[in-house]
Design a protein around this ligand. Structure first.
Ligand SMILES: Cc1cc2nc3c(=O)[nH]c(=O)nc-3n(C[C@H](O)[C@H](O)[C@H](O)COP(=O)(O)OP(=O)(O)OC[C@H]3O[C@@H](n4cnc5c(N)ncnc54)[C@H](O)[C@@H]3O)c2cc1C
Ligand code: FES
Length: 292
């Protein structure tokens, strides 16, 4: 699979998705695997599914696609309960059927001229970053570094990174087993005391990393980020400081999620001035410089 948004147009499906597995993690975090073969075939990093969590709850909830397996027809989603919708979803059982619309939205678009990709995910913004990492690891031209932040336990068992990172303290060596298996360098960050993680913000460690690069390396670097708005703004400021491009994936409350209701619009800078863009179908990924 390559990363191109062209193949994503006109390909949103409504499917009865069967729950294949449900992992329960600390602090009301869940990883759910859905059999949704049409969505699995067309999803790209940054795209999302709009899921009916329960028959009693009319409004669907938008959830990023974290992983797909087009051959086996599944998609994986990580969610954290906020309110009634995701609470209802967390109570579902293996074999239950959920109505799912997806994949929706324009995802991250890496630029081959900038193979040094810095992927930054925070909290429930981690899933699109994992999806992008999986795509990039399949092609040796890319040189990704993944930074993940969380103030609650990460939704995986932290393992020790085999490779050290030259500019980083040796004891900041925690990583996600899946990405370790893919041999991708990961740095975990948290203000909470999480073993093997950097004590601070994702932008603190990203700043240190970018500071190690010379100008020719910076000219080949791009940032991709998803997470809470204050984190995205800090990431955008960092990109500005180093004068490198940055793509951010936004979250907004959604009703239809297919471009019909204008319920999810945000002001975006365009050549013609500020325009209201729909996060669901014009995004959720935008150039950071056009958002902040
Ligand atoms: C593109 C996209 C991708 C996302 N990906 C993920 C993901 O991968 N994992 C994840 O966990 N979350 C993700 N989210 C966020 C998730 O969709 C929301 O947090 C979701 O609303 C939570 O549902 P809930 O039923 O738990 O809480 P809700 O019942 O939606 O309530 C959450 C809070 O928001 C308020 N609220 C709800 N709707 C509105 C509205 N229209 N206007 C104002 N306030 C409102 C409620 O009153 C409540 O306080 C994503 C959002 C977007 C837009
Ligand atoms: S949610 Fe209806 S246009 Fe985006």
């Amino acid at each position: 699979m390559s990363v191109s948004n062209k193949s994503h147009r006109g390909t949103i499906f409504i499917e009865d998705a069967r729950i294949e597995s449900m992992e329960i993690h600390a602090e009301d975090q869940f990883i759910i695997r859905l059999y949704s073969p049409k969505c699995a075939k067309k999803a790209l990093p940054g795209s999302f599914a709009h899921i009916q969590c329960d028959n009693e709850i009319l409004m669907r909830r938008p959830l990023s696609i974290m992983r797909v397996n087009a051959e086996d027809g599944w998609i994986e989603i990580l969610f954290k309960i906020v309110g009634d919708g995701l609470k209802a979803l967390s109570k579902k059982k293996i074999g239950d059927i959920l109505s799912s619309i997806g994949p929706i939205g324009n995802g991250f678009l890496p630029n081959e001229k900038r193979p040094k990709t810095l992927l930054i995910g925070g909290g429930v913004g981690i899933p699109p970053v994992i999806f992008l990492a999986e795509i990039l690891k399949n092609d040796r031209q890319w040189d990704p570094l993944v930074i993940m932040g969380s103030e609650i336990p990460f939704p995986f068992n932290i393992t020790k990174r085999a490779q050290s990172i030259s500019w980083l303290e040796k004891d900041i060596n925690g990583t996600m087993p899946l990405l370790e298996a893919w041999q991708l360098p990961v740095i975990l960050c948290s203000l909470s005391d999480i073993n093997g993680s950097f004590r601070g913000y994702v932008t603190g460690i990203a700043d240190r990393y970018l500071g190690t690069l010379d100008q020719s390396e910076l000219d080949r670097t791009e940032i991709f980020s998803c997470g809470p708005m204050p984190m995205l703004e800090a990431v955008a400021n960092l990109a500005k400081k180093y004068n490198i491009p940055c793509q951010v994936s936004l979250e907004e409350y959604m009703a239809c999620a297919v471009g019909g209701c204008a319920g999810c619009t945000v002001p975006i800078k365009t050549k013609q001035g500020i325009a209201m863009k729909r996060v669901c179908v014009d995004g959720p990924v935008f150039e950071a410089a056009n958002v902040f």
